[in-house]
Design a binder for this molecule. Sequence first.
Ligand SMILES: NC(=O)c1ccc[n+]([C@@H]2O[C@H](COP(=O)([O-])OP(=O)(O)OC[C@H]3O[C@@H](n4cnc5c(N)ncnc54)[C@H](OP(=O)(O)O)[C@@H]3O)[C@@H](O)[C@H]2O)c1
Length: 254
Amino acid sequence: MRIVVTGGAGDLGSRVVRRLEAGGHQAVSASRRSGVDLATGAGLDAALVGADAVVHCADDPSQQDTVTVYGTRRLADAAAARGVHLVHISIVGIDDHPMAYYRRKLRAEQGIADAGGPASVLRATQFHSLAAFFARSLTKGPVTFTVGDMAFQPVDTDFVAARLAELATGPRPAAYQRARDLAGPEVLPLVELARLVRAHRGASAPRALHVPPVGRLLRAFAESRNVPAPGTADLGGHTFAEWLATQPPRLTGR
Ligand SMILES: NC(=O)c1ccc[n+]([C@@H]2O[C@H](COP(=O)([O-])OP(=O)(O)OC[C@H]3O[C@@H](n4cnc5c(N)ncnc54)[C@H](OP(=O)(O)O)[C@@H]3O)[C@@H](O)[C@H]2O)c1
C-alpha cells in the first residue's frame, strides 16, 4: 500500500514510516521539508494522489490553532474528497480537560468527524519522553511539586506507531471511527516518575510537596483525567523504566 505520513520526519511519524516500510509498504513523508505545509495547504493535494491512507503525525503546538485545528481540518477535507483513509493521533482524556492544547486536539477530532470521510482516530496517553519532561519540569532540586492524584500512564512511542501502522494498513472504515485508546502498562504517580528519572542520573529520591489544586488545570491533573479509566484502553509496549534504561543519564527535550 502507498501510505502518506504527515510529519514523517518527526518523533512519532518517523517510527510510523519505519514500521510501514518494514511491513513492505510504501511510506511517503509529507511535511514542510518535503514541500507540504498544512498551515497553507501547499503541496497537500499532490501528496495524496494515489494514496491508500494518510497517517497524520504532523503538528506544531506553538502555532496554536493553525496546524493542530485548521491544518488537520484541511487534511481531513482533502482526504475525504479523495476517499483516502485518514488515521489520526490524538490524546487520551481530552473530552473534559482545560489544557489549551488538549482542547485544540478535541477540536481537531471534531473537524475530522465533520469532514465526513473514512477516518480512524487513535487516542494515546503521554509518551515516555513527555512524562519524563513533566517529571523534570515539576522537580526543583530534591523537591517534586504535585497535586492530588497527579499521575501518568506513559506509553512507548513505538507501540503507538505500530498501532497507527496497523490501522492504516487494515480495513478502511466506512466513516469516522474511534479506535480503542492506547496506554502504557502502568500508572505512575508523578512523584514515582520523578524518583525514577532522578535515580537514572544517580540522584536521590525527591521529596513530594503537595500543592493545592487551585484552578481548572491543576484540578484536572489532580483528578488524573489524563489517565484512562480502568478497562478502557489497550495496554502494552515497554514500561517507563525499560524506556529510561535506553536513555542517556541526562535527559533533554520532551
Ligand atoms: N508527545 C506525546 O506525549 C503525545 C501523546 C499523544 C499524542 N501525541 C501526538 O503525536 C503527534 C506527533 O507528535 P511528535 O512528538 O512526533 O511531533 P514532532 O516530533 O514535533 O513532529 C511533528 C512534525 O510535524 C511537522 N510539521 C510541523 N508543522 C507543519 C506544517 N505546518 N505542515 C506540515 N508539517 C508540519 C514537522 O516537520 P517539518 O518541520 O518538516 O514540517 C515535524 O516533523 C502530535 O499530533 C501529538 O499531539 C503526542
